[in-house]
Ligand binder design. Structure first.
Ligand code: FAD
Length: 233
């Protein structure tokens, strides 16, 4: 995780502060040079490179004495553990028949970084978002949010539109070499499910899924709440 400065529009300090709980630093109006929207905020936010972050989390678990076993769980009662924590995201639709969990598809374009060191986020009045996040050795361009769409195939038209929107913010991006197309499905739900239940054999199951487009942001808080539910009787 790195703390990186950047600019976001529209500039609504109250709205941003509401979700950042007063923890944002360097909060000021961005200059037009920093963000072409003319009305944007300049601040410093944590940027996570998931390709590094997930192996780091796994290593942390192993060092703490945990083990990792990868397999499909057809039924929660089949899990051999005194307490079961269900973090299956979209898989909860089948595993616990929760049809309120649905995908919100997101597509990204990964390009060679033409020299950006700061990030940029811009949300148009129609809700369409363009963002540029510098990561080590590359630049992530986004993004899309398609409710209820399951396809993991990159859409070339969407990729072109993403590059076009980002190039409108930073013209040097227009000719950047494309390294990769990425698609992910956010596991959305009307509200995150953090709940304790009892399996037929008396063991506890803690549900912790449905984090939508903010699962990384809220991961530690939800994990603490899940651990508290596991400890309660
Ligand atoms: C394009 C994009 C951009 C995003 N940007 C951000 C961001 O900026 N900030 C942020 O906080 N979040 C962001 N997110 C959202 C974030 O990635 C998710 O909220 C998060 O990954 C959810 O984590 P999870 O572990 O709950 O679910 P998942 O990551 O979906 O993991 C669920 C796991 O459970 C496994 N599983 C399911 N069913 C079973 C079963 N029956 N047996 C065994 N295993 C099973 C699946 O294989 C999967 O590995 C973004 C997502 C996308 C797609």
């Amino acid at each position: 995780m790195r703390l990186v400065e950047g600019a976001m529009s529209p500039a609504d300090p109250a709205g941003v502060e509401a979700w950042a709980a007063g923890r944002l630093s360097v909060l000021r109006r961005a200059t037009v040079r920093e963000h072409p929207a003319g009305s944007a905020l300049w601040t410093r936010l944590p940027l996570i490179d998931m390709a590094v972050h997930l192996p780091w989390l796994r290593e942390r678990l192993l060092r703490a004495g945990g083990t990792v076993e990868e397999r499909v769980v057809p039924d929660l009662t089949a899990v051999d553990a005194p307490v079961v924590v269900n973090c299956t995201g979209l898989g909860a639709r089948d595993l616990v028949a929760d049809r309120t969990v649905r995908p919100v598809r997101g597509q990204l374009v990964v390009v060679e970084n033409p020299g950006l060191r700061t990030w940029l986020v811009s949300t148009a009045p129609d809700g369409e978002t363009a963002y540029l996040f510098p990561q080590p050795g590359r630049l992530l361009l986004g993004g899309t949010a398609e409710d209820g769409v399951w396809s993991l195939e990159p859409d070339p038209a969407q990729a072109a539109a993403i590059v076009r929107r980002c190039a409108a913010l930073r013209p040097e991006v227009a000719g950047a070499r494309i390294l990769e197309h990425r698609v992910g499905l956010r596991p959305a739900r009307p509200a995150v499910r953090l709940e304790r239940q009892t399996l037929p054999d008396g063991r506890a199951v803690i549900h912790n899924y449905g984090h939508g487009g903010a699962g990384v942001t809220v991961a530690w808080g939800c994990a603490e709440e899940a651990a508290a539910l596991a400890a309660s009787s």
